[in-house]
Design a protein around this ligand. Structure first.
Ligand code: EPS
Length: 400
């Protein structure tokens, strides 16, 4: 059983989103402010739609924390949907008096190509695609970010930090800096598209404006970097213990993500091995690498499903949002007649926010791997076990 688990619940226009997080040790400092800071980061980004002007996400902690410290019990986090006030009839849990009024019920009969609308309606035998899209909506990622903040807090106590930036958006590729800034989010968050290359940033903003004018949407690629990860998380011994596989699963589970790369990723497949693999060097000042380092980090901090002690570098590719204001053709779910897909209020692009969500998922995977390896019902136990392990691997590189 995974050691750090979470489940989310909630519809996009229902009363609230909830996350229940299980497995955090006792004695971790956690406040609503910690959660709100991350929720705010997820709400930003140029190209979001009208919904983000309605919402101002805040988390309420309903269980598992007392006097600012975790208890080791399940942590319940609640994020209310402010927009719920406009949907009390359409999303009412009880039968509504206006049941026969499709407009008042905000029913959706014209499934959007690319969204879960049609396949969900088939699978769950619904005529109103709203029964599907409310849960398929990326609004759910607010709950993931809240859950991920618990993991992030725990990792921070061990000196592990996770940040992200936008590597491309709408086909505009940011120039990669020679070296990523040590505090990645401090550098990327001030950018409206969370991009480190000011020239690309300007072009991305122009592309978003043009897509909006054309009733179109854009995707992009986000890069997540985790630092301070010791060598030895994950394992080569079994498929489901390989950390690269777990990261790919977690990132692919984010709405609209269609691809995941680690390190050089697909680009590495085009090169000879001599231009891919990272030469090993002795690095006595690198205890978390076991006293070893790498001359480069094309592996993205993972070899054989095990972390190397180098920064973990993962990228996720997001397809363009499937709600188009100039809709594609679809079919009426009731009659089979040709129609235009529904135009719901939506975003032109959500790639900057996807970076924050991807960070949350990476934090959750890393927290799980850390707890599996080092255990501990309390933060003090976890820290002692973690420090003992780092001492053990660091001694390997001391060479007598
Ligand atoms: C979304 C559609 C939009 C986005 C929403 C995701 O919502 P609405 O239909 O209410 O305008 O704003 O994202 C969020 C609400 C959020 O918090 O990120 C969709 O269909 O996925």
């Amino acid at each position: 059983m995974p050691t750090f688990r979470f489940v989310t619940a909630g519809e996009s226009h229902g009363p609230a989103l909830t996350a229940v997080v299980e497995g955090a040790p006792a004695g971790l400092a956690l406040s609503a402010d910690d959660l709100d800071r991350e929720l705010r980061r997820r709400q930003g980004g140029y190209g979001r739609g009208g919904r983000m002007r309605i919402e101002s996400d805040r988390a309420e902690i309903l269980s598992g924390v007392r006097h600012g410290q975790t208890l080791g019990s399940p942590i319940t986090l609640l994020v209310r949907n402010r927009d719920w006030a406009n949907w009390t009839d359409a999303m009412s849990p009880a039968p509504s008096a206006a049941e026969g009024d499709d407009e008042a019920m905000r029913r959706v009969f014209f499934p959007r190509p690319g969204h879960a609308d049609l396949v969900g309606a088939l699978k769950y035998d619904r005529t109103d695609a709203r029964d599907i899209l409310e849960r398929a909506s990326a609004r759910e990622t607010a709950a993931r970010v809240a859950a991920g903040t618990v993991a992030r807090r725990m990792l921070a106590e061990l000196g592990i930090t996770v940040g992200s930036h936008v590597a491309s958006l709408g086909g505009i590729v940011a120039a990669a800096p020679a070296e990523l800034p040590a505090d990645l989010n401090a550098a990327s968050d001030p950018s409206p598209v969370r991009c480190l290359d000011p020239e690309a940033e300007g072009a991305m903003i122009e592309a978003i404006d043009a897509a909006k004018r054309a009733g179109d949407t854009l995707g992009g690629v986000v890069e997540v970097v985790a630092r301070g990860v010791p060598a030895g998380l994950g394992s080569h011994v079994s498929w489901d213990r390989k950390l690269d596989g777990r990261l790919a699963h977690a990132l692919m589970s984010i709405q609209a993500i269609k691809g995941v790369e680690i390190g050089l990723g697909f680009d590495g497949s085009m090169r000879p091995g001599s231009r891919v693999h990272d030469a090993i060097v002795a690095q006595p000042g690198n205890p978390r690498g076991g006293g070893f380092g790498r001359a480069s980090n094309n592996a993205g901090g993972l070899e054989g499903g095990i972390t190397t002690g180098q920064p973990l570098v993962v990228r996720a590719a997001m397809k363009p949002i499937s709600t188009l204001m100039q809709p594609l053709a679809t079919v009426d779910l009731r009659t089979g007649e040709i129609a235009e897909a529904v135009r719901e209020r939506s975003d032109v692009v959500a790639v900057p926010a996807a970076g924050v969500v991807a960070e949350a998922m990476v934090c959750i995977v890393l927290a799980g791997a850390v707890l599996e390896q080092f255990g501990g019902d309390t933060m003090a136990d976890l820290r002692r076990n973690f420090d003992g392990y780092v001492q053990r691997i660091a001694a390997r590189g001391a060479f007598g």
